[in-house]
Design a protein around this ligand. Structure first.
Ligand code: NAD
Length: 283
C-alpha cells in the first residue's frame, strides 16, 4: 500500500519503520537527519504534506499537538490540498477530541475518511510494535486500517465514533499522570524516611502497588535518567486537554488539576523536554 507518514519524531520514526519492513511504500514529511535512515530503507522523502497526500492512499499523522495537526491538514501546502475522495487520513497524535470531530467533518466534506487512533506504550512500545491503539471512527473504515495498526501495535480497540479514540487517550493520560505523581511521592517518602528507594520499589513491585509506572518510571526516578521518552511538555498538553474537556462538561477532576499545576512548575524550572518521570524533580 502507498502510505504517507507525517511527523517523524520519537514515536513516528519506529512506527514508519515497521510499515516499511512490512513491505509498504512510504511517503514521508518532514525528513530530518534523525529520520534519514527511513529513506535509506526505501521510503520517499516529500517536500510538503500536500505532496504526501497526493502520493499516498492512506495518510498517517504523528504530530505533537492540536495546532500542529490543524496546520498539517488545512494550512498552506497541507493535506487538504493534495487529497482526493476515498483517501483515508489516520491521526495517531494525541490531540483534542473536540477538534478531532471538526477535522473529520472538514475532510468528510472532501469525500475522505478519517480515524483518530492515538496510542499508548511510549517509545518502547513503538519500537517493539506493541502499542495500545485507541480508535475512533466508522467500523468499516477501522476494518480498512486494522492491518496497518497490527504492524504497529498489539492491543487495538475501536472505542466508538470519531473523537472517541482521543477521549480514551485523555483518560489514559489521567491515569498515567496520577500514577507518576503517586510513585514520585512514595519514593521521595521512602528516601527521606531512611529506606533505600530502590529496594522499596522492588518490594512494591510484588504487591497491589505494582504498575508499569512503578516498574519503568520508578527505575528512571531512582537512577535519575530523564532522557525522553515522553516529554513533560507533551503530558502537560494532554492534561490541558483533560481539563479543557472537564470545564466544558462541568466535571470535577481535582487530582488531574493538581498534577497539571505541578507540571506547570516543572515547565517553569526548564524541565519541559525531560521525560515525564522527571515530575519527581518538582517535589
Ligand atoms: P516528537 O516531538 O518527538 O515528534 C513530533 C514530530 O513532528 C517531530 O519530528 C516534528 O519535527 C514533527 N512535526 C511537527 N510539526 C510538523 C509539521 N508541520 N510538518 C511535519 N512534521 C512536523 O513527539 P512524539 O513523542 O513522537 O509524540 C508524537 C505524538 O504522540 C504526540 O501527540 C504525543 O503526545 C503522542 N505520544 C507520545 C508518546 C511518547 O512516549 N513519546 C507516547 C504516546 C503518545
Amino acid at each position: 500500500m502507498r502510505i504517507g507518514f507525517i511527523g517523524l519524531g520519537v514515536m513516528g520514526r519506529p512506527m514508519a519503520q515497521h510499515l516499511i519492513v512490512a513491505g509498504h511504500q512510504l511517503y514521508l514529511y518532514r525528513v530530518k537527519p534523525r529520520s534519514a535512515h527511513l529513506v535509506e530503507s526505501g521510503a520517499t522523502a516529500c517536500t510538503s504534506a500536500s505532496e504526501v497526500a497526493r502520493s499516498a492512499e492512506v495518510i498517517i499523522l504523528m504530530l505533537p499537538d492540536t495546532p500542529d495537526v490543524e496546520h498539517v491538514l488545512f494550512g498552506e501546502d497541507g493535506v487538504l490540498e493534495g487529497v482526493e475522495p476515498g483517501k483515508l487520513i489516520i491521526d495517531m497524535s494525541s490531540i483534542s477530541p473536540l477538534a478531532t470531530k471538526d477535522f473529520a467533518a472538514r475532510l468528510d466534506a472532501r469525500g475522505c475518511e478519517y480515524l483518530d487512533a492515538p496510542v499508548s506504550g511510549g517509545e518502547v512500545g513503538a519500537k517493539a510494535a506493541s502499542l495500545t491503539i485507541m480508535v475512533g471512527g466508522k467500523p468499516e473504515v477501522f476494518g480498512r486500517a486494522k492491518p496497518l495498526f497490527e504492524k504497529m501495535g498489539k492491543n487495538i480497540t475501536l472505542i466508538g465514533g470519531v473523537g472517541d479514540g482521543q477521549v480514551a487517550k485523555v483518560a489514559n493520560q489521567i491515569v498515567v499522570a496520577l500514577n507518576i505523581q503517586a510513585v514520585s511521592e512514595a519514593l521521595r517518602f521512602a528516601a527521606r524516611a531512611g529506606a533505600d528507594p530502590a529496594v522499596v520499589r522492588q518490594a512494591l513491585m510484588g504487591g497491589f502497588a505494582a504498575s508499569r509506572v512503578l516498574e519503568v518510571h520508578g527505575e528512571r526516578m531512582i537512577s535519575e535518567s530523564f532522557e525522553p521518552g515522553f516529554r513533560i511538555r507533551l503530558h502537560h498538553k494532554d492534561l490541558s486537554l483533560a481539563l479543557d474537556s472537564a470545564q466544558l462538561l462541568e466535571l470535577m477532576l481535582p487530582n488531574t488539576a493538581m498534577v497539571h499545576q505541578l507540571m506547570n512548575g516543572a515547565l517553569s524550572k526548564g524541565l519541559g523536554d525531560k521525560d515525564h518521570s522527571a515530575l519527581i524533580e518538582a517535589l
